[in-house]
Design a protein around this ligand. Sequence first.
Ligand SMILES: [Fe+2]
Ligand SMILES: [Fe+2]
Length: 150
Amino acid sequence: MLSFKSAGPREIGNCLVADVGVNACNKQHLRLASYAVEFHEMVENLSEKEPDKEDWRHIDALLSRISRVVAVHFREEEDLMVEYGYPDYARHKTLHEKFIKELANIQSQINNRNIRFKSKLSTMLWNWLYNHINVEDYKYREFFLEKGVK
Ligand SMILES: [Fe+2]
Ligand SMILES: [Fe+2]
């Protein structure tokens, strides 16, 4: 396990992100985990009040950063799978597409300044970190190690 130390609230503590064996993917996963922590902190700060103009600006910036990194990461992971003939590629790609769709959904709520995005995105990011990376991505570890991909 890669230990990700959060500078965030105590209840998050350490977020453990699995070592999936591919360096580039590990780095991107940690970066996404740090965004999830940042997002969680932002939501915590907003729990007592409605977001003002400055808050929405921060939310927009963070979401566009998350979307960008997610898009790059998914593409790189999928390219690697295609290049080496990963047998579970199609299913994995479907899971990525589902996540992108959910992210687009949240993006439109944010664009409409709909406050309901808060709990939704936070939950989605954490589920994704724990379930997608630690379960689904982790499945390709052995495959890529055998192919000599680092
Ligand atoms: Fe991944
Ligand atoms: Fe993935």
